[in-house]
Design a protein around this ligand. Structure first.
Ligand code: HEM
Length: 221
């Protein structure tokens, strides 16, 4: 990982438009995924594509755990922009709430893995990326406690972008759903692959961005 050990007051490279658009698209997808799941849990229906009906049935079988995961996750993604972009809010509480919320999301994500639709391929992705997320969040917390705000910010952004990897898995799943007649792959086969692709994309993007930023902000290092 690109560690920012040289976090001094240097000119900051502004984030490019595509990165900000990606952030907001991920946030919208994450919110929509929660709304869709809450509606499906509240009003179960047996109409629609069989693969989706089967998924709804699986998540309804552990509804309490699913809600314990997705409601804090919703709160996390709604608050994250207020913690990351100072133009929205200078209040401290959104950032403070991200730490307990993130811990709940991470812990319940491990628990959700016990029922994972995509089996061990999905579990292995969750083990890696969820652990990276919790590690980044913990480091952000440690830097916050030490008053090292630039390093705290960097690890918090890393944690948020990693967490939003769950949103990137959704369009990937969409492509698998759309092509399932050709590929003969069902959710049990492609969920795990989608988890690996989605989280990897977000991880690569955030690490590449930090490396680029380091090169621009500290050209002689
Ligand atoms: C570190 C980040 C996260 C990880 C590792 C993670 C992991 C998981 C896992 C393993 C499942 C169960 C999937 C299955 O049974 O196959 C799940 C379900 C779910 N997660 Fe997360 N999650 C994370 C963050 C989020 C966020 C930020 C949201 C949205 C705000 C979210 C929304 C959902 C929803 C809605 C479900 C229910 C299944 C569905 O409707 O597709 N998750 N998550």
């Amino acid at each position: 990982m690109a560690e920012d050990v040289h976090a001094h007051s240097t000119p900051r490279a502004p984030s490019p438009l595509w990165l900000r658009v990606g952030f907001w698209v991920c946030t919208l997808i994450a919110v929509a995924a929660v709304v869709r799941r809450v509606v499906a849990l509240a009003f179960p229906s047996s109409f629609g594509p069989p693969q989706l009906v089967e998924l709804d049935r699986i998540f309804a079988s552990h509804a309490v755990l699913t809600l314990a995961h997705i409601l804090p996750a919703l709160a996390f993604v709604v608050l994250a922009p207020f913690a990351i972009f100072s133009r929205f809010s200078r209040a401290a509480w959104p950032e403070q709430l991200l730490f307990p919320l993130g811990a709940i999301v991470g812990m319940t994500a491990y628990a959700m893995s016990a029922y994972s639709v995509g089996g061990w391929i999905e579990r292995s992705a969750v083990l890696l990326f969820n652990s990276l997320f919790l590690f980044s969040l913990t480091r952000a917390w440690i830097y916050k406690m030490r008053g090292q705000s630039l390093l705290k910010r960097r690890w918090l952004i890393r944690a948020v972008v990693l967490l939003l990897g769950i949103a990137t898995t959704r369009p990937v799943m969409g492509v698998f759903f759309a092509t399932s007649k050709l590929t003969h792959l069902g959710p049990r086969q492609f969920f795990g692959i989608a988890f690996w692709i989605g989280f990897s994309i977000n991880w690569i993007v955030v690490e590449s961005w930090f490396r680029f930023k380091n090169r621009v902000e500290h050209p002689r290092r």
